[in-house]
Design a protein around this ligand. Structure first.
Ligand SMILES: Cc1cc2nc3c(=O)[nH]c(=O)nc-3n(C[C@H](O)[C@H](O)[C@H](O)COP(=O)(O)OP(=O)(O)OC[C@H]3O[C@@H](n4cnc5c(N)ncnc54)[C@H](O)[C@@H]3O)c2cc1C
Ligand SMILES: NC(=O)c1ccc[n+]([C@@H]2O[C@H](COP(=O)([O-])OP(=O)(O)OC[C@H]3O[C@@H](n4cnc5c(N)ncnc54)[C@H](OP(=O)(O)O)[C@@H]3O)[C@@H](O)[C@H]2O)c1
Length: 389
């Protein structure tokens, strides 16, 4: 019989996130880099949340307080005005804008609401015409945040209710976990590229990467997180199986987790890592760790592609092609092939490189090579696994 005095552990989830502690936040990229990629450590404490290498974590971020303050001020609203909060609670307008709405990118609904609010005249006509042209509207919202619109159209007045009804809800962001619990216990390590850019004369930042980099408090149980299991992106059950990992940029994250796990287990399988970034001097994420693994023999092979260290671009797929014969041999030995990072271009190019390697070194026709990579490896044998975003 269960003990009625023992409270069961709460089931933390996206709908019931755990308030975790951020304990470390430091840059991995060095001064002079064009990127800002940071390492974060989140402590899951006694939450009971567990994970496996390959999982992602969901993080709920907050908008910067000065942005919220400026919006309220420009609209001359009461920052303490009560609005509906979660689970039937009442919260202030300030709290709602901090936590629940997207302010760093303007939505079409807000642009249309501003157009409606404008007094009759040429500005209204112009914005209304823009709203009617889907292509123009897309381009318009791509570079603007809520404040940009309030600056451009100070005539538009909103009540609290109208404002909140015209804003998009903010959603949590996922991050591939860069650690193994076998090495770091209750911690979760993250490798995050911070989004920063300037448009219309104002600096902007990504909601979550900006929050974690600049605003999230250290050592307080305040960061709402939840685990996102990735049942398909995992180490092979047999630790003797060789693995090939292609992880340029932040795509390196899950492979740090895989290698920590294989190190902790004393796994004997061969490990081949491909890493790419802009410049060796400033962007070589976790450089010391890879060199240590190489020296200790955990990494069997390690290939780097620093794209901007020479006149022409060198990418991870170029390094794959250079070692195509060996890569093909590893695949024939049963290696699992992993790719993580940019979905739009990198993952497609890596896919093509893999197909070309199968054709050249496996003696397959282009069609047969495509079938082998995209069907046999990826679907039938589940030895080509992707974590791309
Ligand atoms: C499964 C999964 C795993 C992931 N793992 C990682 C990871 O390990 N590390 C990592 O860094 N990210 C990872 N991501 C991406 C991450 O979830 C976020 O998308 C990323 O951090 C950006 O979120 P943000 O809230 O900081 O920025 P957002 O608020 O979402 O803003 C980003 C948006 O800003 C816009 N933008 C950017 N630059 C400009 C510009 N110059 N001009 C105009 N607009 C611009 C773009 O539209 C972009 O989509 C992962 C995503 C998924 C789905
Ligand atoms: N949603 C968001 O706002 C957001 C936030 C962060 C990251 N991202 C995206 O997430 C992805 C990862 O970003 P990241 O900062 O980790 O690194 P990244 O932008 O993917 O860059 C890592 C390395 O990959 C190179 N690269 C560029 N195109 C490539 C290609 N087609 N094939 C192979 N390598 C290529 C880059 O070279 P060069 O730069 O020299 O070309 C760089 O050396 C990117 O798509 C990025 O845009 C999105």
């Amino acid at each position: 019989m269960s003990d009625p005095t023992v409270t069961p552990a709460p089931a933390y989830s996206k709908n019931n996130p755990f308030l975790a502690r951020l304990t470390q936040n430091y840059p991995l990229t060095k001064e002079g880099s064009e990127k800002e990629t940071r390492h974060f450590v989140i402590d899951l404490g006694s939450s009971g949340i567990t994970y496996q290498p390959g999982y992602s974590i969901g993080v709920f971020a907050q908008n910067p307080a000065p942005v919220v303050g400026e919006i309220i001020e420009r609209l001359r609203l009461d920052p303490t005005a009560p609005v509906a909060g979660p689970h039937g609670t009442s919260i202030t307008l300030t709290e709602a804008l901090l936590k629940n709405f997207t302010l760093n990118r303007v939505g079409k609904k807000f642009v249309k609401a501003v157009a409606e609010k404008l007094p009759v005249g040429s500005k209204k006509d112009h914005l209304a015409a823009l709203c009617a042209d889907e292509e123009q509207l897309e381009a318009y919202i791509f570079t603007r945040d809520v404040i940009d619109l309030l600056i451009e159209y100070p005539e538009a007045a909103f009540t609290v209710e109208e404002l909140l009804a015209s804003l998009g809800r903010s959603v949590p962001r996922l991050y591939s976990i860069a650690s193994s619990p076998a090495k770091v216990g209750n911690e979760v390590h993250l490798t995050i590229a911070v989004v920063r850019y300037t448009t219309h004369g104002r600096g902007k930042k990504g909601l979550c990467s900006g929050y974690l980099a600049d605003d999230a408090p250290l050592n307080q149980n305040l960061i709402p997180v939840f685990m996102s299991a990735n049942k398909h992106f995992k180490l092979p059950d047999n630790s003797d199986t060789p693995i090939i990992m292609v992880g340029p940029g932040t795509g390196i994250a899950p492979f740090r987790a895989f290698l920590q796990q294989r190190d902790a287990e004393g796994a004997r399988g061969k490990n081949w890592l491909f890493f790419g970034e802009q410049r060796r001097a400033t962007d070589f994420l976790y450089e010391d760790e890879w060199h240590d693994y190489l020296a200790r023999g955990l990494l069997t092979r390690f290939d780097t592609a620093f794209s901007r260290d020479q006149a022409h671009k060198i990418y991870v797929q170029d390094r794959m092609r250079e070692s195509g014969k060996e890569l093909w041999a590893w695949l024939q030995e049963g290696a699992v092939f992993y790719v993580c990072g940019d979905a739009k271009r990198m993952a497609k190019d890596v896919n093509q490189a893999l197909i070309d390697i199968a054709a050249e070194h496996g003696g397959l026709s282009p069609e047969a090579a495509t079938e082998y990579v995209n069907v046999t490896l990826a679907k039938t044998e589940k030895r080509y696994l992707k974590d791309v975003y």
